[in-house]
Design a protein around this ligand. Structure first.
Ligand code: ZN
Length: 252
């Protein structure tokens, strides 16, 4: 296996991760995340380029701001390393090319949506809208899944959550339904439905121990975007492999 391109993608992923950190921090504040120099949240000092090398700056600065010594959130290097891994895996699974780039963009949008949901309990509409645009674009580049499968994916994934929202009287966020509808349009009905089911299994497992210890109950609101993100990326990259493994469990 040749690792040249996946490593190249991974390095680009680390740089992209820095930008995703800025988006995660600024979008909920309504700040401009495209322009405007980065600054320390504590002392407001502008960061110089040496402070902004992905992962490495955090390590060399010992996780502290150079001027005020305030601790830098571990989220920054984690998102950078996570995005590096994401881009590496996208290239590994799809081969260097348009399909890998689409999955890198999809994964980046999901990362921002997941972390904003985890911190602020909402998914910005801009994330779902961007995925919608990405899905439309990918239809021109990747012939599979076909248009019918994609529309079915959007209708079933989004519709299921919208129905659940009505049945649970608002227990499911509208943002969740929008995110899964646009993601269903990108991945198609098979991978979309599998990801939806897997996300709820993951969330159930995540809540199992707090549930046993009675830290959460039926009324506790759980941000779903992190679970949607993980399973959408997994099924976007390895739908066939995961399904083959799952079928193998019953056939062997
Ligand atoms: Zn500072």
């Amino acid at each position: 296996m040749d690792f040249f391109y996946p490593i190249l993608y991974g390095m680009f992923g680390a740089v992209t991760g820095s930008f995703l950190n800025v988006c995660i921090l600024r979008i909920p504040e309504g700040e401009n995340f495209v322009t405007g120099r980065s600054h320390c949240p504590a002392c407001k000092r502008q960061l110089n380029p040496l402070d902004m090398v992905p992962i490495l700056s955090f390590l060399f600065l010992g996780g502290k701001c150079r001027s005020c010594g305030e601790r830098i959130s571990i989220q920054y290097p984690l998102v950078e390393a996570g995005t590096a891994l994401l881009f590496f895996l996208c290239c590994q699974a799809k081969g260097p090319g348009a399909e890998a780039v689409i999955m890198c963009l999809f994964g980046s949008l999901l990362t921002v949506g997941a972390l904003i949901d985890a911190r602020h309990m909402y998914i910005p509409d801009g994330i779902s809208l961007s995925i919608l645009v990405l899905a439309a674009g990918s239809l021109m580049i990747a012939p599979r899944p076909g248009l019918a499968g994609r529309i079915a994916g959007a209708v079933i994934c989004g519709g299921f959550l919208a129905l659940l929202r009505v049945l649970t009287k608002g227990g499911i966020g509208l943002g969740d339904a929008k995110l899964m509808a646009s993601s269903g349009l990108l991945l198609g009905v098979g991978a979309g439905m599998a990801a939806l089911l897997a996300a709820y299994i993951l969330a159930g497992l995540w809540c199992l121990i707090p549930l046993i210890r009675r830290r959460v109950n039926g009324r506790t609101r759980i941000p779903m975007a992190p679970f949607f993100a993980l399973s959408l990326i997994a099924f976007g990259l390895w739908y066939r492999e995961i399904m083959a493994w799952y079928m193998g469990l019953f056939l062997s």
